[in-house]
Design a binder for this molecule. Structure first.
Ligand code: FES
Length: 336
């Protein structure tokens, strides 16, 4: 790994903490790939390679470089410092993280190589899969180079979290899992990974209820909130004809919290089912509305990273001469 790459990663790989920001700036990288269960690494495609394969010859890119490109896009968040809860995010909005769980046999060996890309003084670090062979190559769900291990489970109840641990602690957790598997008399453990994936593209064709407004098509990425996407692209989301459930005590919209019911859109086409299903809150606030009306602040486009086209009409309530009744009066009233 070249020195310039290491420095670059140090700059990019930040731990965002509750009390400020710290980063891996002082501890050197481990010099070479450490193989947890050492046998020579078999080269299998990384997620990154799959994505870039069409644009250039991936065989020219070394494994180190591929892993470095993945590492640069990952960011470790401190979700709860006291409880030690960490989670990965991405530095690049064009990428998201998938959670992959895969069962692997541990005897005679796991067959997984790990590479530490960065490490701090506190046991935190970034470790990526750098080789998959033996049992790991026959895992129930394929493991990719560049995946980062976030947890190990044995049986139904034993679990060790490994999110953002350095190499030594990650290997220690796997070792404990092997011991636990022996106690439980099983040859299987379950590995959980975060996998960097390019977010699928979504196209939203927007028909306005205002006849004077032309149709427009906006582009987004899988995982975006529909209301936020529309607002970001300058599409008018709200209409004064939608009453809040707490009218007349409150006016305006709730800012996307899913409690006012004023951000309605009518879904005209959704051929790939790219909109997320309704949750209970959305069911409440759209209860007295046509079935194809959605609360845009509760809907996510490209759910499960599926891309495709969506056609919606904004402010469908505008077509009604009279103001519509509030969707719900209150959550308590629904329960009565
Ligand atoms: S903005 Fe209030 S429910 Fe959507």
């Amino acid at each position: 790994m070249r020195q310039s790459q290491r420095l670059l990663l140090f700059i990019h790989l930040w731990i965002v903490g509750l009390k400020g920001i710290s980063c891996f700036t002082t501890t050197p990288f481990r010099e070479a790939t450490k193989s947890a269960f050492s046998t020579p690494t078999r080269q299998v495609p990384t997620t990154w390679l799959r994505e870039s394969a069409s644009s250039h010859d991936s065989s020219e890119v070394s494994l180190d470089d591929q892993l470095m490109q993945i590492a640069r896009k990952l960011k470790l968040h401190v979700l709860d410092l006291e409880e030690g809860v960490f989670g990965f995010g991405t530095n690049d909005y064009k990428y998201g993280l998938e959670v992959v769980r895969s069962e692997v046999n541990i005897q005679p060996s796991l067959g997984l190589d790990l590479m530490e890309m960065a490490a701090g003084f506190d046991g935190r670090g970034l470790v990526l899969v750098s080789g998959v062979h033996g049992n790991a190559a026959k895992a129930s769900i394929p493991i990719h180079l560049g995946d980062t291990l976030t947890g190990v489970t044995v049986g139904h109840s034993w679990k060790e979290r490994t999110t953002g641990l350095d190499y030594d602690l990650t290997v220690e957790a796997i070792g404990k899992a092997k011991e636990e598997a022996a106690k439980q008399r099983t040859n299987k453990i379950s590995l959980e990974f975060n996998r960097l994936v390019p977010r699928a593209r979504v196209q939203v064709q927007v028909v306005s209820s205002d006849e004077n407004m032309p149709e427009q098509t906006i582009d987004g990425l899988a995982g975006e909130n529909l209301r936020e996407l529309l607002i970001r692209k300058g599409v008018k989301v709200y209409d004064r004809k939608t009453k809040r459930f707490d009218t007349p005590y409150a006016t305006g919209d709730c800012g996307g919290e899913g409690i006012c019911g004023t951000c309605l859109v009518a879904v005209l086409e959704d051929e790939n089912n790219i909109l997320s299903p309704r949750d209970n809150l959305e069911n409440l606030i759209t209860k007295k509305r046509p079935l194809n009306w959605r609360a845009s602040c509760r809907a996510v486009v490209g759910v499960h990273n599926v891309g495709g086209k969506l056609k919606i009409q904004t402010c469908p309530q505008s077509a009604f001469l009279e103001e519509l009744d509030p969707g719900v009066r209150s959550v308590n009233a629904e329960e009565d």
